[in-house]
Design a protein around this ligand. Structure first.
Ligand code: SAH
Length: 346
């Protein structure tokens, strides 16, 4: 690859129009190429059939399209699909398609590896290698959408940023990708069908509120007691619960959007009544929903899913406090596609 060539999808539409004008062509050519790059998701300049051969060759001389490539695709018995996608520099991230009766959801990655250190998550063990570019995030969604149409006869309906990485540690690129996904010049999806999940980076949650984003927010809480949370999510020592809560209050005041908390109940860690009481207290300031997620084992048993009595206790106490609870069954476990299992094993 010629090192001087630029990634064409790093250009805005305006920049692309300016480029064509500087080449003595019409600005409109920029619109045409932009449409190929995003709406039509072209993998090569050659595919741009309404652009003259000469122009395509000129583009080839100046730019590259760093399209992702689905390296392997695995299908679970439950219909879940996991893609290992190769990036232009050879690194791999994973994305997942989760079909249910009412929706098909893409779970996409925002970083290669992760800089956070949640002790129960397989991705954390990879460390962070780099952030994904907006186009690499967008491409994952397009690939999943194509697979959804092919294998489930329907387009993608929802997107969750719950794959590898911490989306709020790659905020600008995630936002740019969402802009493309929701724009009519991209996939035209509603931002209300997109959830960004964070381990809880207070400063960035406030920034999201200030930026008036339209997508939904989920927070991986797992404990509302600092000591416990720090023991399983060590970065909580830097971003303690009081700061997280303050940021969420700010988010709610600005957006009036309900907050979803993801929460795994583990044996001997957060399965006592005091843990639920702390959760209730933490959630009280805004309409909240708690997703109790099944634990997907990633190691030799350091963490174990709590027994069903503990889950039932959580459910009852939360409901008694008018907090919505859902119990989320794992999908795609047989292909290591479930929450926390994405670690490029394939
Ligand atoms: N970094 C972001 C995005 C990842 S989302 C975040 O933390 O929210 C992945 C979700 O799966 C998070 O809620 C995470 O806490 C949860 N998770 C991680 N490891 C898990 C495991 N082994 N079993 C079940 N859920 C897990």
């Amino acid at each position: 690859m010629n090192k001087d060539k630029k990634d064409i999808r790093a250009l805005t539409k305006e920049q692309l129009r300016d480029f064509f004008v500087s080449e003595g062509d019409k600005a409109f050519r920029g619109n045409q190429v932009y449409e190929w790059l995003w709406q039509k998701s072209a993998h090569s300049f050659e595919a741009m059939t309404n652009i003259s051969k000469e122009t395509r060759e000129m583009l080839e001389d100046n730019f590259v399209i760093n399209h992702i490539r689905v390296d392997t695709m695995q299908r679970s018995n439950d219909g879940t699909i996991k893609n290992a996608v190769q990036l232009h520099d050879g690194l791999i991230v994973e994305s997942v398609l989760i079909p249910t009766a009412t929706r098909t959801t893409a779970c996409v990655s925002s970083q290669v590896g992760c800089s956070l250190d949640c002790r129960f998550c397989a991705t954390a063990r990879l460390k962070r290698m780099r952030n994904l570019n907006p186009d690499e995030i967008y491409d994952q969604v397009v690939a999943i959408d194509n697979e959804s149409r092919l294998y489930h006869n329907k387009p993608l309906s929802n997107i969750v940023f719950m794959g590898m990485g911490e989306p709020l540690m790659n905020y600008n690129n995630v936002l740019k990708a969402i802009d493309k996904i929701t724009s009519d010049e991209g996939l035209g999806m509603s931002p209300k069908r997109i959830v960004v999940s964070t381990s809880g980076v207070p400063k960035m949650i406030k920034k999201m509120a200030d930026d008036d984003v339209k997508f939904k927010l989920a927070v991986s809480l797992h404990s509302a007691i600092d000591e416990v949370r720090t023991s399983i999510m060590p970065f909580n020592a830097t971003f303690p619960l009081a700061d997280l809560r303050e940021a969420l209050e700010y988010w709610y005041a600005k957006t009036k959007n309900r907050i979803t908390y993801e929460y795994v109940v583990w044996k001997g860690i957060n399965d006592k009544r005091k843990d639920v009481d702390a959760l209730v207290q933490f959630c009280k300031f805004a309409p909240s929903k708690v997703n109790l997620i099944e634990y997907n084992p990633i190691d030799d048993g350091e963490f174990q899913q709590a027994n069903s009595d503990a889950i039932t206790m959580y459910q009852k106490v939360l409901e008694a406090n008018r907090i919505t609870v859902t119990i989320r069954r794992s999908r795609g476990k047989d292909i290591d596609a479930a929450c926390g299992q994405l670690a490029n094993k394939s």
